[in-house]
Design a protein around this ligand. Structure first.
Ligand SMILES: NC(=O)c1ccc[n+]([C@@H]2O[C@H](COP(=O)([O-])OP(=O)(O)OC[C@H]3O[C@@H](n4cnc5c(N)ncnc54)[C@H](OP(=O)(O)O)[C@@H]3O)[C@@H](O)[C@H]2O)c1
Length: 341
């Protein structure tokens, strides 16, 4: 693709204040900033898609975690895909499509060692932020490497219509689970889980207690729970897990905007008698699975065996709104922001 010269300034999103509870637009600032010419070993990228992800909410707090907090008054970062417009790095040329970590800005000057070339002809560029990217690997590694899914397992996944959850349920089915059930936050999402993603059953967690609804869709209990939500979902899953059941603790989105410490699942002690394994996971630990993951998932996509939805928000200026909407559940599948050409 032919690339035009880069402008001298472009927009980026800064964190202006640390959100207290739910983020509000005033916590962010859209700033016009100089576009830095790449130095040796660097490339300049025109971002085409930005990722907004739940983990970013944690980085808005000033707390020590597995990733450093965003700094106030500076551009935030995160996954992005775009096109090289200028290169001072061997192996990268203008027009190359790349995946990198300097999202939340229209143009990014990136250390080429931190950029990966992607094949824009093999899949839509945004897929490298979703089904073929970090959320896809999270689902694949979480279910297979951490959860040790076995043929015949009965599987429950929360956040089941989201980027990670929608793939967890489908991969479980493709790998021979005997029952796949999920929860999501609207009737439309629940219908999609069953009608399009092939879940055996699903429920809207807003319709009533999770434990009661889970008991209806999995009356014989579950062997494996993939937790994207925490709280009452985890508590219900602990109740439903059989002896030697496993729970993959991937996320706890129900608690990300809480300002007080959450109550632990009240039945955590059941984990002892049932000899449960509740194991936290971080996708970054599973980079070695990347080639196997891409090979297998790309094969399922090509064969039409795996659906991957995206919710696309247009316009860089709408990125913050897209992030807040993600936390509210406005997305089905991966939420991405598309920048103007
Ligand atoms: N451990 C890791 O390495 C790793 C990596 C990636 C992601 N994650 C975690 O995986 C989870 C899913 O991430 P994702 O990128 O796939 O996001 P996502 O599921 O595409 O989007 C977030 C979804 O969370 C749901 N949600 C929001 N508030 C909720 C609540 N109070 N109770 C239940 N559901 C709620 C919303 O759907 P509804 O309409 O259904 O409410 C929303 O669409 C998150 O917890 C994330 O932090 C962890």
């Amino acid at each position: 693709m032919a690339e035009q010269a880069a402008p001298t300034t472009a927009r980026e999103w800064h964190l202006a204040a640390r959100p207290q509870g739910w983020p509000v637009p005033a916590d962010f600032a859209l700033v016009e900033a100089p576009v830095r010419t790449p130095g040796p070993g660097e490339i300049l990228v025109r971002n085409a898609f930005l990722s907004v992800d739940p983990y970013m909410r944690g980085r808005m707090n000033d707390v020590k975690s597995y990733l450093p907090p965003f700094r106030l008054g500076e551009a935030m970062d995160g996954g992005a895909v775009g096109y090289v417009v200028a290169s001072e790095a061997e192996g990268f040329a203008p027009g190359d499509a790349v995946l990198h970590g300097l999202g939340w800005r229209e143009y990014a000057t990136v250390d080429a060692k931190r950029a990966v070339k992607v094949d824009a002809a093999a899949a839509p560029l945004s897929a490298y932020l979703g089904v073929l990217g970090m959320p896809g690997l999270t689902a694949y590694a979480g279910l297979l490497a951490v959860g040790a899914l076995k043929e015949g397992d009965k599987v429950f996944v929360s956040g089941a219509a989201g980027a990670v959850g929608s793939l967890v349920g489908q991969i479980a089915r493709l790998k021979g689970a005997s029952l796949v059930v999920g929860s999501a936050g609207s009737a439309e999402k629940v219908a999609k889980l069953v009608d399009e993603y092939g879940f055996d059953a699903a429920f809207n967690y807003k319709d009533g207690p999770v434990s009661e609804q889970l008991a209806k869709v999995a009356p014989e209990g579950i062997d494996l729970y993939f937790d994207n939500v925490g709280g009452d979902h985890l508590e219900a899953a602990i109740g439903a897990l059989g002896v030697h059941g496993r729970a993959v603790l991937c996320g706890a989105i129900a608690q990300y905007n809480d300002t007080t410490a959450p109550a632990a699942p009240r039945n955590l002690a059941l984990a002892i008698g049932k000899r449960l394994r509740l194991e936290g996971m971080l996708v970054g630990d599973h980079a070695a699975l990347q080639p196997q993951f891409v090979g297998e998932v790309a094969g399922w996509l090509a064969a039409g065996e795996l659906c991957s939805d995206e919710t696309v928000v247009d316009g860089f200026e709408n990125a913050v709104e897209a992030f807040i909407d993600l936390l509210r559940g406005a997305n089905t599948g991966k939420m991405v922001v598309r920048l103007g050409a």
